[in-house]
Write a protein that binds this ligand. Structure first.
Ligand SMILES: Cc1cc2nc3c(=O)[nH]c(=O)nc-3n(C[C@H](O)[C@H](O)[C@H](O)COP(=O)(O)OP(=O)(O)OC[C@H]3O[C@@H](n4cnc5c(N)ncnc54)[C@H](O)[C@@H]3O)c2cc1C
Length: 334
């Protein structure tokens, strides 16, 4: 492999039923930053696979793509890992990208390692930051050993340098109206995978709305011991137009579903306001909420690490404080 032959920053433009996922837009914003740090010559390319998806190119250009590779085919209409992986491997072999970024979504997490293995290159899983060091090396940061250390990973010899990136760690740019770019319509041969037949699709039914989109969150931790105490958080959340989220131990009790869990193995959120109730503030939890605009925390332990990440804190038993807050809000609303 001659590394010099590999150029450009690629983003996998993940879409389902013609609807673009949000994370590729976050990756495009980061690609703009990486391009500048790498000297400004790498073309930012979004790779779009599917059927009747070319229209998505407009959005990708408005969000920072300079080029979109569009590969449309009946066999790509529904995501199948082997068909998509084969197609991406062929595209990389043909165009030779230097960096290839995927969302750390269920699809990205399944697809990227397959493409990586076929290309014999390297992949960083679930990165929370991407940068270029003083030597011009592309560096990916990811939590390891249960989130207790951060690893800075480089892929010095192989290309493309591949990475899945945690959703919501980067902000998309403001859309550039009328932005134009180059569309490359690819015609490579697609191998349909008939060993693998999709019998049907069912929408997953969640107990509650996924926490990722909430603007105001009341999050409960392991100090919340029963449904009645959880009910208190629900009442507070309703009063302030928010939604209840949780740390992992509260989810593990079964009182709330995974769609409510915040953190490294749950959702990354950045709401306007989060109120943490009886949550100690582990690194894994904080990784999911420390970009929230306003962080308030209630904990009876004054030394709880959550306070170091909070804008406002109350050292108190929440079972006394939360009802008092609820009463005050109700009085003011009356
Ligand atoms: C690979 C890996 C991934 C992980 N992913 C996640 C993740 O995505 N999200 C996550 O949350 N965790 C995750 N964890 C678990 C994480 O390490 C912690 O165990 C967890 O975050 C602790 O949750 P907690 O703060 O609710 O509970 P605890 O650490 O037990 O804290 C409970 C807190 O409640 C306070 N408290 C108790 N009663 C009251 C009261 N009446 N009033 C006021 N305060 C009270 C206590 O003082 C304490 O600080 C992960 C761990 C690993 C190894």
């Amino acid at each position: 492999m001659n590394k010099a032959d590999y150029k450009g920053i690629w983003i996998f433009a993940e879409q389902e039923n013609g609807v673009l996922s949000p994370t590729p837009l976050e990756l495009l914003a980061k690609a703009i930053d990486l391009k500048a740090k790498l000297g400004g010559t790498d073309v930012i390319t979004a790779v779009l696979l599917g059927k009747d998806v070319a229209g998505i190119s407009e959005t990708l250009f408005a969000q920072g793509a300079e080029q979109v590779i569009v590969l449309e085919n009946d066999a790509l209409a529904v995501y199948k890992h082997r068909v998509y992986a084969n197609a991406l491997v062929k595209l990389v072999e043909k165009h030779k990208s230097s960096i290839f970024l995927f969302a750390a979504s269920p699809i990205g997490r399944e697809l990227a390692p397959r493409v990586m293995a076929r290309l014999g290159t390297g992949l960083t899983a679930d990165a929370i930051d991407l940068d270029v060091d003083e030597d011009g090396t592309f560096v990916q940061t990811t939590p390891n050993f249960g989130g207790n250390i951060l690893s800075h990973i480089a892929i010095p010899e192989k290309r493309p340098q591949m990475c899945t990136v945690h959703p919501k760690v980067f902000e998309p740019i403001e859309p550039i109206e009328g932005a134009k770019g180059t569309v490359i319509r690819e015609e490579i041969e697609i191998i349909a995978d008939d060993d693998f037949v999709i019998l049907g699709n069912e929408e997953k039914v969640f107990k509650s709305k996924p926490i990722g989109k909430a603007n105001v969150v009341v999050a409960g931790g392991f100090g919340v011991k029963n449904e009645e105490e959880l009910g208190m958080l629900n009442t507070l959340a309703e009063l302030i137009g928010g939604q209840v989220g949780c740390s992992r131990p509260l989810r593990e009790t079964g009182m709330l579903g995974h769609e409510c869990q915040i953190g490294q193995s749950g959702a990354t959120i950045n709401p306007e306001l989060i109120i943490n109730v009886a949550i100690s503030g582990s690194v894994q939890y904080m990784a999911g909420m420390d970009k929230s605009k306003c962080i308030m925390s209630i904990n009876r332990d004054a030394n709880a690490p959550i306070f170091s990440a909070s804008h406002f804190g109350a050292v108190a038993d929440y079972r006394k404080l939360v009802p008092a807050i609820i009463e005050e809000i109700q009085n003011r609303k009356a």
